[in-house]
Design a protein around this ligand. Structure first.
Ligand SMILES: *[C@@H]1O[C@H](CO)[C@@H](O)[C@H](O)[C@H]1NC(C)=O
Ligand SMILES: *[C@@H]1O[C@H](CO)[C@@H](O)[C@H](O)[C@H]1NC(C)=O
Ligand SMILES: *[C@@H]1O[C@H](CO)[C@@H](O)[C@H](O)[C@H]1NC(C)=O
Length: 305
């Protein structure tokens, strides 16, 4: 069970989002449902492919935004910063009613123990077509301040929307990422990609076809209706057919293999333990086959449908 302190902190996060508002503005934050009809926008012609990249990663690391940092975080700081990124992102999006869900490596990490992989250095989320229009219209370049435990003065996060999101074509390879949620203290960010109707495929007999500029293709029923779960202790959405999506992207083994990237999954504690540390313990205790973690049957995350 989650500790009371964590629960209070998450509540604080949510509260911070609701009261923070858009910096420099005294208006209340528009909620998605209330402005749904205001945010329909035309996409640009398929023939007009931008010649410039909007998001610029830093010269020192491709997962950092160079506007906010000159160096990577110390290794031990990366996971806590990523955790705060995903918590602040979802608590903000949940508060404004934006439709967004975890995907790719982040979904795989969720599948195991609803926590970021200890070896991860990025996070992936997707958003719906209507939501990217909504965020572009009302939340581009907004800053969101949060109080965080053990962080003096808290942290600010910025939502930056790529203006080329109105170009649907996969040929726009320089602008595959539609938006970013950026930690202004470290430059670390979450990549946000929009999932759109695939008009070409729909015309050719695939009425559910969806597409992303990063060349991933889905059917509506793969993703919708979204399911409710938690990740890093915060309420998140996950795509409907998550097992199928994960097996297709990473192969069935990714859902059963308990050793990965120098870590072993402990089925009892549900924690990815560093193999180096484990190896030392084995050597100390002498090898015993039954010390190996065994996959338990209750591993699947709890899902509310
Ligand atoms: C949405 O559009 C309606 C009608 O066009 C307008 O009255 C309303 O002020 C708009 N709302 C926002 C938040 O822009
Ligand atoms: C990065 O370094 C440059 C040159 O030393 C400095 O001007 C800039 O303010 C630094 N940026 C950040 C975000 O620390
Ligand atoms: C968001 O704001 C930035 C900075 O003003 C701008 O360059 C960008 O085009 C805007 N994005 C959208 C979708 O309007």
């Amino acid at each position: 069970m989650r500790s009371l302190a964590t629960a209070c902190w998450l509540y604080g996060l949510l509260l911070a989002t609701i009261v923070s508002g858009v910096r420099g503005s005294t208006e209340t934050e528009p909620d998605f449902m209330s402005v749904r009809k205001n945010v329909t926008r035309e996409y640009k012609s398929e023939k007009k492919i931008p010649t410039e990249k909007y998001f610029h990663e830093s010269s020192f690391h491709y997962h950092y935004d160079g506007r906010f940092a000159n160096e990577t975080l110390p290794e031990s700081e990366v996971i806590p910063h990523l955790s705060a990124l995903v918590q602040t992102y979802f608590s903000t999006m949940n508060a404004i009613g934006a439709e967004t869900w975890i995907m790719h490596g982040t979904l795989l990490a969720w599948w195991w123990n609803q926590k970021i992989f200890p070896w991860d250095n990025d996070l992936d989320v997707q958003i719906s077509e209507a939501t990217i229009h909504f965020l572009a219209e009302y939340y581009n370049m907004t800053e969101h301040h949060f109080d965080l435990p053990d962080v003096d003065g808290g942290r600010a996060y910025m939502l930056d929307i790529n203006p080329n999101y109105v170009v649907k074509s996969e040929q726009d390879t320089m602008n595959k990422i539609d938006a970013r949620w950026i930690d202004m203290s470290s430059g670390l960010f979450i990549d946000i990609t929009a999932v759109r109707k695939d008009e070409n495929k729909r015309k050719n007999g695939h009425p559910e076809a969806l597409t992303c500029k990063d060349k991933h293709h889905y059917e509506e029923s793969d993703i919708f209706p979204l399911r409710d779960s938690t990740f890093e202790g915060v309420a998140v959405k996950i795509p409907y057919a998550y097992t199928w999506l994960l097996e297709e992207e990473y192969g069935p083994k990714a859902l059963t293999q308990t050793t990965f990237s120098g870590h072993t999954f402990n089925g009892a504690t549900k924690i990815w333990e560093s193999t180096k540390r484990k190896l030392k313990r084995f050597l100390r205790q002498g090898w015993r086959g039954d010390d190996l973690p065994v996959r338990t049957s209750d591993l699947n995350p709890i899902i509310e449908t």
